[in-house]
Design a protein around this ligand. Structure first.
Ligand code: ACO
Length: 326
């Protein structure tokens, strides 16, 4: 079994910024409410012509460059997203073509906001087993395309973006040390897009009833998130044989600053040991963790040998965590 780590990380966000002040003009809300309840100030919104694979492409190019390889070297591309360009072909296949990654296999993974860590766990196995050498894992979303901008319960939360990493073999003392993936499908109703699948195919009625937009029971999701973020982080540290004191950087899913704070407290971490960029990007679902990771890297916040804990939760319900020695 080989040790697997990150060779390079990249990110991309669309240019257009949607501020709290602009949201005030769209729905009955205000900057003070959004800031105090969520920690968000602004989020990025994809242009009409921009789809998820476009964001994924930019983040992937940067990750590949930083890894010091060529797209032709990739053996596999895995994209985590709940906003694929279309139902099929997969966004990963669209990306494979765009990158010119001629020898790569490609598929998508759907585990909502936990999707990126699910994809890491999945893809890293191919390298650990010696099947593949270079794997690209991307988290990319254009949540603005499935957000109802007349629903103040959801429209303030979501943003668009992408993050990507290239995985490869690393020295035995580095790389991913443990994963925890979990699900509780009984909570599926709390966070969903109802229509457009085989249960409720798209029709004039589904459009009129706004069933193609995100539906969320925020308070219930919040309670689940506070409980699971801390416990999933604790358990994955234990699996890696590490303790809270070993953590150099927490890279949490950016869903709500209060959820992140609860996780920080549970792990007894000083605030500086957590990545927080929610004020700039809002919740970008599967893109949130790789976006935070790439940004932390760019800011020089991760050094070789640092112990990182990645942790997220999302629709499904799902959760996922990992310990990574950089
Ligand atoms: N502006 C002003 N008031 C608002 C807004 C808004 N944008 N949205 C809701 N309110 C109102 C509500 O109507 C409610 O009013 P009421 O008491 O008269 O009914 C009041 O504010 C308080 O609502 P709560 O739901 O109690 O607010 P809460 O403190 O729970 O915060 C929030 C709401 C921010 C949505 C929070 O519950 C949360 O972050 N939940 C988790 C969401 C999440 O992480 N989702 C993950 C998505 S991940 C994925 O897989 C895509």
């Amino acid at each position: 079994i080989k040790s697997v780590g990150i060779w390079g990380a990249g990110k991309y966000v669309p240019e257009k910024i949607l501020t709290n002040e602009e949201l005030e003009k769209m729905v009955d809300t205000n900057d003070e409410w959004i800031t105090s309840r969520t920690g968000m100030k602004e989020r990025r919104i994809a242009a009409d012509h921009e789809a998820t694979s476009d964001l994924a492409y930019q983040a992937a190019k940067q990750a590949i460059e930083r890894a010091g390889i060529q797209a032709e070297d990739l053996d596999l591309i895995v994209v985590a997203t709940i906003t694929p360009d279309m139902n099929f072909p997969s966004t990963a296949c669209l990306l494979q073509d765009r990158l010119g990654a001629k020898k790569a296999a490609a598929y998508d993974i759907a585990a909502a906001c936990s999707g990126f860590i699910y994809a890491l766990a999945n893809a890293s196995n191919f390298i650990a087993m010696g099947i593949y050498k270079h794997v690209l894992v991307v988290g990319a979303e254009t949540l603005s395309k499935i957000t109802d901008y007349t629903d103040r319960n959801t429209c303030i939360l979501f943003g668009d973006g992408a993050g990507a990493v290239v995985l490869g073999e690393v020295a035995a003392d580095r790389g991913f040390k443990s994963f925890e993936l979990g699900s509780d499908g009984s909570g599926g109703e709390l966070l969903k897009v109802s229509a457009g699948g085989s249960r409720m195919p798209a029709s004039t009625a589904t459009i009129e009833e706004k069933k193609h937009y995100i539906y969320m029971e925020g308070r219930e999701v919040f309670k689940f998130a506070v409980r699971i973020m801390g416990s999933a982080a604790e358990r994955v540290l234990e699996k890696a044989g590490m303790s809270k004191e070993d953590v150099d950087l927490l890279v949490p899913h950016q869903a709500n600053i209060r959820i992140i704070q609860a996780a920080i407290e549970r792990l007894n971490l000083p605030k500086e040991k957590s990545v927080v960029n929610i004020q700039k990007y809002g919740n970008t679902s599967a893109a949130s963790i790789p976006l935070a990771l790439a940004e932390a890297y760019e800011e020089g916040r991760v050094k070789e040998g640092d112990c990182l804990v990645l942790v997220g939760f999302g629709g499904g319900l799902t959760w996922a965590s990992s310990v990574l020695v950089w």
